[in-house]
Design a binder for this molecule. Structure first.
Ligand code: UD1
Ligand code: CA
Length: 440
């Protein structure tokens, strides 16, 4: 059993290369803020305590889970200053330091690093790779005997000797240190371009006789650090692949994965088939054996055996119950589509309850908004609306009721009745002859 460890996440960087008002670590990857990816990996790796370093008032702390402690970096710049900001929040023992801008770090990788650190009785263990384009990263300088000597920063290359710039092995900003030693070492690190570098602690620790171990990974996703929005795109693609593979292994079929977007918090049941052009976003949940094709789904709940699409928009608060169908050119918002109910074509269903086995004719529209407030439409069980029915809410339609095609329904319909609200048809005899006469 590894010793319990604390995780410190550095998330207080300025992230200027993102060209954004939003702090870098709040940019989302597959719908989930970068920093939360890191928090989740830390938790799953078995972290005893997670501390996130933020800037006062930058908003990063607001979205964090309650069990994540927050330390504010009130002074100093650089990763060393970030770690020092969490000094009082740390006990003794192993501290895993993670970078908020390396979101695809995995729990397995963190656990493996801690294990190696403890097996080697190291004072510092860091994750490195030689699989990325190394520019801008810190390069690992090793001694003749292969030990880590120091790290050369290359964000600014001026004054960096060519042989050091040629090094391909880079620091990934993922470390295991020992508290309190790492803090004592950082006290001795001077400023570099106004920043206190965490990497500056390594030579100090070495000087005190500690062992510094580098662990090489060739997993490009784990390694990827995000400094700009090009990096964000790369991470998005890698994360999306990871999410789809996870669901695929759990029994979900993706017919055209390159056109599927499934965000991080989405759940999907086994035997569900996702066809081309499907986006499942936010906290959407999908049951088992569903079929979904060409659909944009946001925070909706789709139960087992439902059929969605093609060309369907399900908005927040939508519940599609077991075996129901929501079909072509249909938008549903904040509505409950009952078991086995069908909304097959060209409809807008907003703020409505549709009872089980009801069937809405093509182009049934709820008029849920009177310009000031939203009102609900309640349709009972086995209701059948004719094509082109407008349901003007608030409205109650009883079980087994019907509406006539083309009706504008403004009043309740009792159980089993037909509601019909349209003008009588009138035929004007000889109309075509009259038109022809007039145009002579
Ligand atoms: C850092 C490493 C570099 C490594 C790279 C990996 C240092 C000195 N350099 O460089 O060796 O190759 O990461 O991506 O550590 N942060 C704070 N407070 C600050 C500054 C940064 O919390 O004052 C946080 C950032 O939010 C970010 C992380 O620390 O999550 C890394 O900071 P960043 O400025 O991106 O470091 P790099 O220059 O990329
Ligand atoms: Ca960085």
């Amino acid at each position: 059993m590894p010793e319990p460890f604390t995780v410190l996440i550095m998330a207080a960087g300025r992230g200027t290369r993102m060209r954004s008002e939003t702090p870098k670590v709040l940019h989302r990857i597959c719908g989930k803020p970068m920093v939360e990816w890191v928090v989740d990996a830390a938790r799953r790796a078995g972290a005893g305590r997670v501390v996130c370093v933020v800037r006062p008032g930058d908003g990063v702390a607001d979205g964090l889970p309650n069990d994540v402690a927050v330390a504010e970096q009130r002074e100093g710049e650089g990763t060393g200053a970030a770690v020092l900001a969490a000094r009082d929040a740390m006990g003794d023992g192993p501290v895993v330091v993670l970078s908020g801008d390396h979101p695809l770090i995995t729990a397995e990788q963190i656990a493996a690093l801690v294990e190696e650190h403890q097996r080697a009785k190291a004072g510092a263990t860091l994750l490195t790779t030689d699989q990325l384009e190394p520019s801008g990263y810190g390069r690992i300088v090793r001694t003749d005997r292969g030990e880590v000597e120091r790290i050369v920063e290359t964000k600014y290359t001026e004054g960096v000797p060519p042989d050091e710039l040629a090094i391909r092995e880079i620091n990934l900003g993922t470390y295991v240190f020992e508290a309190p030693h790492v803090f004592d070492a950082l006290d001795e690190v001077g400023l570099d371009d106004g920043e206190r570098y965490l990497t500056g602690a390594l030579p100090v620790l070495k000087g005190d006789g500690a062992k510094v171990v580098a662990h090489l990974t060739d997993d490009a996703a784990v390694a990827l650090g995000i400094n700009d929005r090009a990096g964000l795109m790369q991470a998005e693609a890698l994360a999306q692949r990871r999410i789809l593979e996870y669901h695929a292994l759990e029994g979900v079929t993706f017919l055209q994965p390159a056109t599927s977007r499934v965000e991080a918090e989405v759940t999907i049941g086994a035997e569900t088939v996702i066809g081309p052009g499907v986006s499942l976003l936010g906290r959407t949940s999908v049951g088992e054996r569903c079929e979904i094709v060409q659909a944009h789904v946001v925070d909706a709940e789709i139960h087992d055996d439902a059929t969605i699409g093609p060309f369907t928009y399900l908005r927040p608060g939508t519940v599609v119950r077991r075996g129901a169908k929501v079909g072509t050119f249909v938008e549903v918002k904040n509505s409950d589509i009952g078991e086995g109910a069908k909304v097959p074509h060209l409809s807008y269903v907003g703020d409505a309850d549709v009872g089980e086995r009801s069937n809405l004719g093509a182009s049934t529209i709820t008029a849920n908004y009177d310009g000031r407030t939203k009102h609900r439409t309640n349709l009972g069980k086995s209701v059948k609306t004719g094509v082109h029915t407008s349901l003007v809410a608030p409205l109650d339609v009883g079980d087994r009721a019907y509406t006539g095609a083309g009706s504008v329904i403004t009043g309740d319909i009792p159980e089993g009745a037909l509601g019909i609200a349209r003008s009588e048809q009138r035929n004007v005899e000889g109309y075509a002859d009259r038109v022809e006469e007039d145009s002579k």
